[in-house]
Write a protein that binds this ligand. Structure first.
Ligand SMILES: Cc1cc2nc3c(=O)[nH]c(=O)nc-3n(C[C@H](O)[C@H](O)[C@H](O)COP(=O)(O)OP(=O)(O)OC[C@H]3O[C@@H](n4cnc5c(N)ncnc54)[C@H](O)[C@@H]3O)c2cc1C
Length: 463
């Protein structure tokens, strides 16, 4: 069993682990454990089951829907020390890693061979393989390469009853059902992932990137729709609105033309000839929308500098207000202009700031509310506005999440997206694995017992 500094508790632990990057709802753990091996994870889970203590898997805690928050207290199982790459198999383009390895470290380990792990959440320098699997994370390059699921070959899991189980096949497209996909995106409800075999993707031979400043949100949305309708599949198609640009100016001194209402970042990658053709067609489409500025990267250094606006956007928002809540909903891309107008109107009515920086190509919207969480009224406004926006996504034929998961944040809206039969089936699947809901309670599946009573909505009592 774990001893020494692998078991921690006390006031500092409560503060560090009572939420993830969704800071609105909080609940402190009784203890945090840091196992170093899969056997230690198994021993902790078995102890929790025998003692009827809830437990919550946690990677880097960058989740944006409250998934790693210990909603009923109990034990947080951190994967921080499960940080080894166990095997690299270059000829077969696959790699076996423990759950606590960061997303970037996977790609770094095989960069010399011209390979990488394609899912690229913007949190990739810290977020972990286990967290990416549990949330089925996406990133700027999801439009072309997909979310995490298609890049996972197997997952090894300590199940909620303490058994060691492996799902999937170690080769791409092996026979039989793809059971690993049941675990990918299950938000830590089906057990603690201890390791996974992942599929590696060749680094593209050519890349072309352009940053386009447009005078209206409508022009930017129409440009996105036109690029998608042309049949070109950009590797990335990201959009940032005026408020993000304001934050970037304040935080990093980045300047864009004065009348810019939206910035688009587009990238094509692949075989050089195809990239050249697609990129030329894409530029021609974009020029049809009278851009205020169109910056094409001439080399890798310039490409990195064009990506700065996108990568630093969320960080820059820290200059606008003490707290940010980033929502995550999906809409059909053609509804983008109307949806953004709706988002601005809701934020204005609630009296809170909102900025948008998101994956426009696949309709994955991220309204980021900035506010002061020391004011309970503002917290309630943010929660209400988020719910209204998510309901609008559903009304438009979209979804409650594109990549950040349901967690506790949106669990109350699951009934709005799924009918009673769908919900009953999802609950039965959860119960097959996790009958007593000791493993990560209160997330994803609505109407679990004790949740509302236990969690505390953040009221800014201790800033
Ligand atoms: C600045 C910023 C940018 C972000 N950008 C993106 C983005 O571009 N795309 C995107 O998809 N997300 C993004 N996110 C959200 C977040 O980074 C991802 O959801 C990420 O995958 C979470 O990884 P983590 O290691 O931090 O997991 P945590 O936050 O620790 O946990 C997330 C969920 O996974 C479960 N979990 C963690 N480890 C395990 C395990 N080993 N076994 C079982 N369950 C586990 C937890 O219980 C929880 O439910 C961003 C977050 C921030 C703060």
């Amino acid at each position: 069993m774990l001893t020494g500094d692998a078991v921690r508790w006390g006031a500092a632990v409560d503060r560090a682990y009572d939420c993830d990057a969704y800071t609105v709802d909080r609940s402190a753990p009784a203890a945090v454990v840091l196992p170093s091996t899969e056997q230690e994870v198994q021993a902790v889970v078995r102890w929790c089951v025998a003692s009827r203590v809830p437990f919550t898997p946690r990677g880097a805690g960058t989740g944006l829907s409250g998934g790693a928050m210990p909603a009923l207290g109990g034990v947080v199982i951190s994967t921080k020390r499960l940080n080894r790459i166990l095997e690299v198999d270059l000829p077969n383009q696959r790699l076996h890693a423990e759950a606590g390895v960061t997303n970037s470290a996977l790609s770094k380990a095989v960069a010399h061979a011209g390979l990488h792990f394609a899912p690229d959440p913007s949190s990739q320098t810290v977020s972990t393989l286990g967290g990416n699997i549990a949330e089925n994370s996406g990133g700027p390059h999801t439009l072309k390469y997909g979310v995490t699921a298609p890049h996972i070959l197997t997952v090894r899991v300590v199940s909620p009853n303490g058994e060691m189980q492996e799902f999937g096949r170690r080769v791409v497209g092996g026979p039989g059902p793809a059971w690993e996909r049941l675990v990918v995106g299950s938000e830590g409800l089906l057990g603690v992932v201890v390791s996974a075999w992942v599929h590696l993707t060749p680094v593209p031979k050519a890349v072309q990137t352009v940053l386009v400043a447009l005078p209206t949100i409508r022009a930017a949305s129409d440009a996105v729709a036109s690029v998608i309708a042309s049949g070109i599949v950009p590797a990335a198609l990201e959009m940032m609105d005026r408020n993000i640009l304001m934050a970037l100016k304040v935080a990093f001194g980045l300047e864009f033309p004065a009348d810019t209402a939206a910035l688009l970042l587009l990238e094509c990658d692949g075989e050089p000839k195809q990239v050249e053709e697609d990129f030329a067609r894409m530029l021609a489409i974009l020029k049809g929308f009278a851009p205020l500025e169109l910056r094409v990267a001439s080399d890798e250094a310039e490409r990195k500098s064009l990506w700065t606006a996108r990568k630093k956007g969320i960080g820059a928002m820290g200059r606008l207000a003490p707290t940010i809540v980033t929502h995550d909903g999906v809409i059909p891309p053609s509804t983008l202009p109307d949806m953004l107008e709706f988002v601005y109107a809701v934020a204005a009515r609630e009296g809170i700031g909102v900025a948008n920086l998101f994956h426009a190509g696949d309709g994955n919207l991220h309204p980021c509310f900035y506010f002061d969480d020391r004011d309970p009224k503002q917290v309630e406004s943010v929660v209400r506005a988020g719910e209204e926006i998510m309901r609008k996504c559903l009304e438009l034929g979209g979804s409650l999440t594109g990549e950040h998961g349901i967690g506790v944040e949106k669990v109350g809206l699951m009934h709005a997206m799924f009918g009673p039969e769908d919900m009953a089936l999802q609950r039965r699947v959860k119960e097959l694995f996790n009958p007593d809901t000791l493993c990560n309670p209160c997330k994803l599946i609505p109407d679990q017992k004790g949740c509302v009573e236990h969690m505390v909505r953040w009221r800014g009592v201790a800033t």
